[in-house]
Design a protein around this ligand. Structure first.
Ligand SMILES: Cc1ncc(COP(=O)(O)O)c(C=O)c1O
Length: 404
């Protein structure tokens, strides 16, 4: 076998190729794509529910032939179906599924080298802050936290070593909205990468690659999984040049999603649209309740017509999502309200069928130094709600009695 043949074999085993632009599913509309996934049915058996392939090694039919799979860390048929489905939904070229959102972000960071400088949204999930600063800071990654919803701030923070921007929009937990297209154009001019954490809206409401982003990341633990029972993460890329480096990190590090969790996530995606519509409906009902309540000082919701990012959201999203944050007038009320809740669960996640209330100051954002938390507004008055799919009146009644 000559080297070219071997390279071909290696690249198939590694799953190097992007999704097939002629796959019939790419011609369907979003809700059909969600239900049917990339392959629609299993071509070998006709199974409508994608089979769970547990095998780690894959037999090669001969010395220079391959089925396209070699070893579980490099590729797995169930996981590949999920990765292709995510790439299709995000309008990308290729996707990778990881065992958590943080594992996906950690793989992404390896695209950068010591001394490289990254701009990162100043309001973001605390675990992402910890990863960039506490972990990768030690390996020479330089990060400037900036309010990416203000283009002038992004422009000002660019340096000669700047190699990219990492955006959360809407941001967690203050719901800042960043104009993806405007920032991506700016970053393209310096040959940098625009990365968007699309966890809060999912491809159902927002597809950042359509607006010039190069990479989308997800905590699939949230809306994509949607039932508070799977941890997963995703990277979806827009350019072929990113395939080789990301594949090399993922095959070397081994943070890939298990076959069972890949199957569970495919199963969850079928109802993503239904869930997100209901979660948004509930969030809107909660928004109306909270903004008129005497104990509430301010509500942060991307769907509020008075939100500074409302017009940008209308341009780049098809919905506002199910996440709301709000300030109580009195910080002493926060523990009291939390302790009085009966239906809404005091827990640290989001995007699932159950409505959760989080205290970001001590929970999701506890890893961020207090002065930074205070500067971005993550203080002791702030509560965050992830609307679930329950009856909206039951949720409102629960808050009403908790506020009393
Ligand atoms: C916006 C956002 N990105 C990334 C993550 C990390 O994802 P995971 O918990 O799946 O590792 C989270 C977790 O809360 C998040 O909220």
């Amino acid at each position: 076998m000559n080297e070219t043949n071997f390279e071909k074999l290696a690249s198939t085993v590694r799953g190097f190729t992007g999704i097939d632009k002629n796959q019939p599913s790419l011609g369907y509309r979003l809700e059909t794509q969600l239900v049917r996934g990339y392959s629609s049915v299993d071509s070998q058996t006709g199974a409508i529910s994608v089979p769970i392939h547990l095998s780690v090694p894959y037999v090669h039919p001969s010395f220079d032939e391959t089925t396209g799979f070699g070893y579980g860390r490099y590729g797995n048929p169930t996981r590949l179906e999920l990765e292709n489905t995510l790439a299709m939904l995000e309008h990308g070229l290729k996707g990778w599924a990881f065992s958590s959102g943080m594992a996906a972000i950690s793989a992404l960071v390896k695209l950068f080298s010591p001394g490289d400088h990254l701009l990162v949204s100043d309001d973001l999930y605390g675990g992402t802050y910890r990863l960039f600063t506490t972990i990768y800071g030690r390996y020479g990654l330089e990060v400037t936290y900036v309010d990416t919803s203000r283009l002038s701030e992004v422009k000002k923070a660019i340096r000669r070593e700047t190699k990219g921007v990492f955006i959360e929009t809407p941001s967690n937990p203050m719901m800042h909205v960043t104009d993806i297209k405007a920032v991506a154009e700016l970053i393209k001019n310096i040959n940098g990468l625009t990365v968007v954490d699309n966890t809060f809206l999912s491809p159902y409401f927002q597809r950042p690659l359509d607006f010039g982003a190069d990479i989308v990341i997800h905590s699939g633990t949230k809306y994509l999984g949607g039932h508070n029972d799977i941890m997963s993460g995703f990277l979806v890329i827009a350019h072929e040049s990113l395939i080789e480096p990301i594949f090399t990190f993922t095959m070397s590090e081994g943070g890939a999603l298990s076959p069972f969790d890949s199957w569970l996530t495919l199963r969850s995606l079928k109802t993503l649209g239904l869930r997100m519509e209901k979660q948004q409906q509930n969030a809107l009902a909660l928004f109306e309740f909270l903004k008129n309540h005497k104990k509430v000082e301010k509500v942060f919701y991307a769907g509020d017509p008075e939100h500074p990012g409302y017009e940008v959201s209308r341009r780049q999203t098809t919905g506002w999502g199910g996440m709301i944050s709000f300030y109580l007038k009195d910080k002493e009320e926060a523990p009291r309200v939390i302790n009085r809740l009966k239906l809404i669960l005091f827990a640290e996640s989001l995007g699932g069928t159950e409505t959760l209330l989080t205290y970001p100051f001590l929970q999701t954002h506890g890893a961020i130094p207090e002065e930074i938390r205070n500067a971005v507004g993550v203080n002791e008055k702030l509560l965050r709600i992830s609307a679930g799919v329950e009856d909206a009146q039951d949720l409102i009644q629960d808050l009403e009695q908790a506020f009393r």
